[in-house]
Design a protein around this ligand. Structure first.
Ligand code: F6R
Length: 242
């Protein structure tokens, strides 16, 4: 695992964006796996700047997002579809038909998860997967568990996740109870993975996940076994390593 230590969030975002930009420049029709959450927002801002300065062209890039809430439609400002359009897709020259987010409005979970897994396969797999890190070590919506879930699947959100997310909704009852997420196997099959983490609040989990035991109780720890994994953290997130 290659580790970059940035001095702050801005530098972390710049390094992560440069790694993604290098991928796009080397393979203009690459498949990028993308994440939502607060951490990658600066990375998306920086990618947008590179596009605006004509240093980056997204016209052939294809994307697959990690996850989506079940039951939220595209217009819902808490859907990951909405997030991706707001933070990246509507700001660069990517083609809408080349972007993919699990369809949260498909009620048949087995059907949607199989479709998504097949879609990733039909694109030839993911060239670079961007990831954030949950405080409990989750990646995508793969929560601590007794096994590493392999493929795209439907998860029941834990009470703590519902509790943590309710601030974004009018009330706790509005928080979706389920989500579709790529599995650990789907993520591990990406040719390159790039995880971003910042802030002191992530220091304990960064130390556990990347310098501790590999266990499904800390889903991100499996990335230690990936042959091309890159960790980009600010100093605060790396302050408790090892
Ligand atoms: C988002 C996702 C999540 C987040 C994680 C960290 O698509 O899959 O695993 O990456 O919850 O979120 P932030 O960046 O908000 O700390």
């Amino acid at each position: 695992m290659k580790i970059y230590k940035a001095k702050d969030y801005q530098e972390m975002s710049r390094i992560a964006a440069n790694i993604i930009a290098a991928q796009v420049i080397l393979k203009p029709d690459c498949v990028l796996g993308l994440a939502t959450g607060s951490t990658p927002i600066g990375t998306y801002d920086r990618l947008t700047e590179l596009y605006e300065s004509k240093d980056l062209d997204f016209s052939q890039v294809k994307t697959v997002n990690l996850d989506e809430y079940k039951g939220l439609n595209h217009a819902n400002d808490q859907s990951y579809y909405y997030f991706m359009h707001k933070n990246l897709f509507d700001r660069v020259n990517i083609k809408e038909e080349n972007t993919n987010v699990p369809n949260g409005m498909e009620p048949d979970a087995a059907k949607e998860c199989a479709r998504y897994e097949e879609l990733i396969r039909s694109l030839g797999g993911i060239d670079l997967q961007l990831l954030g890190l949950g405080h409990n070590g989750h990646i995508g919506f793969n929560e601590p568990c007794d096994i590493f879930e392999k493929e795209t699947h439907c998860v029941d959100l834990t009470e703590s996740t519902i509790e943590a997310n309710k601030r974004f909704f009018a009330c706790a009852d509005d928080v979706p109870r389920q989500a579709y997420t790529m599995g650990i196997g789907t993520i591990m099959a990406a040719k390159k993975v790039l995880l971003v983490a910042n802030g002191e609040a992530k220091a304990d989990i960064v130390a556990k996940a990347f310098f501790g035991e590999i266990t499904p109780q800390v889903p991100a720890s499996i990335l230690q076994l990936h042959k091309d994994a890159i960790l980009v953290c600010d100093e605060a997130a790396l302050s408790k390593r090892g």
